[in-house]
Write a protein that binds this ligand. Structure first.
Ligand SMILES: [Zn+2]
Length: 291
């Protein structure tokens, strides 16, 4: 049986990153799993509080576990951006492999205290669970935003990162290094890209010596992503790009078959559309060249 910590440590040794893809329905899960199987790479499935509310906390845990067991495949489940201990504990009990405990909106001292409490409580439920803490400001909402936030104000400092990791006992750190959640319209259209502070990533890695996650991966410049992984990023989150592909796939299916009502004849278009995006991101994160 696969263990997430070992898979992440192996990825770190190999100089590659694991893709984390958010899902809110079976279309997205099928697309993510099919892409991972095609490329034979480990994968993290993410579900934020709202995504979990839609699909069901125990239901998503059962679905992902069934794939891991039936196909003997390294697919894992992460409770993305969980803002309360109650919901974090619910996910831990349901069998999630990792939890992002996110109280990054609080001042540093409170973030440290609450995250430390969460680490202790969650490891009591499942000693193997990985807990991720977040430090800095990477915005909210994996959606299309009208305006770019001022990212420079919330960047994570390497000194605070080290102190945060040591005081909380987290397994994974999500820093703010120029990344942000969601995309601007110009990014969806491919006219602009997000750029990362690669030097800061390297400084945080050498100071904090912990696994690092990059949130808000949608719309980041490809070359910056390669450099970020080389500088110490172990997991990259993609959500908005998948949501855009999901919608385009669905619109395409409805336009091509205006009278169709059978879900399993309509939804495969959305699966295929999302799968293309996941595959191309997985290739990049895992250093797999184009065929
Ligand atoms: Zn995130």
């Amino acid at each position: 049986m696969y263990v997430l910590r070992e898979v992440l440590e192996q990825a770190q040794k190999n100089g590659v990153a694991i893709g984390h893809f958010n899902i809110a329905d079976l279309v997205l899960l099928k697309a993510v799993f099919a892409a991972a199987q095609d490329l034979n790479v480990p994968v993290l499935v993410g579900a934020s509080e709202q995504e979990r509310k839609f699909i069901g906390v125990r239901q998503i845990a059962a679905l992902v576990r069934s794939l891991r067991e039936q196909f003997d495949f390294p697919i894992f489940l992460n409770a993305d951006h969980t803002h309360s201990l109650l919901e974090a504990e619910e996910a831990a009990r349901a069998g999630f492999d990792a939890i992002v405990f996110d109280v990054s909106a609080l001042p540093f001292e409170q973030n440290v205290r609450q995250t430390k409490e969460a680490v202790e409580a969650l490891k009591t439920i499942n000693p193997a669970i990985l807990v991720e803490g977040e430090l800095g400001d990477i915005g909210t909402g994996s959606e299309i935003h009208e305006e770019a936030p001022d990212l420079l104000k919330g960047l994570t400092s390497p000194v605070e990162a080290k102190q945060y990791v040591e005081s909380t006992g987290i397994d994974i750190l999500a820093p703010a290094v120029g990344n942000m959640h969601g995309m601007l319209k110009s990014m969806v259209q491919g006219e602009t890209r997000k750029r990362l502070d690669i030097r800061r990533i390297a400084q945080i890695k050498s100071a904090a010596r912990v696994l690092l996650t990059l949130h808000g991966g949608s719309g980041i410049d490809d070359e910056d992503l390669r450099k970020a992984i080389a500088a110490g990023i172990n997991v990259v989150h993609i959500n908005t790009e998948l949501r855009v592909a999901w919608r385009h796939g669905l619109e395409d299916a409805l336009a091509k078959q205006p009278d169709e009502v059978v879900p399993y004849k309509i939804l495969p278009f959305a699966v295929e559309s999302v799968k293309q995006v996941v595959r191309s991101r997985m290739r990049l994160f895992n250093g797999i060249g184009n065929p």
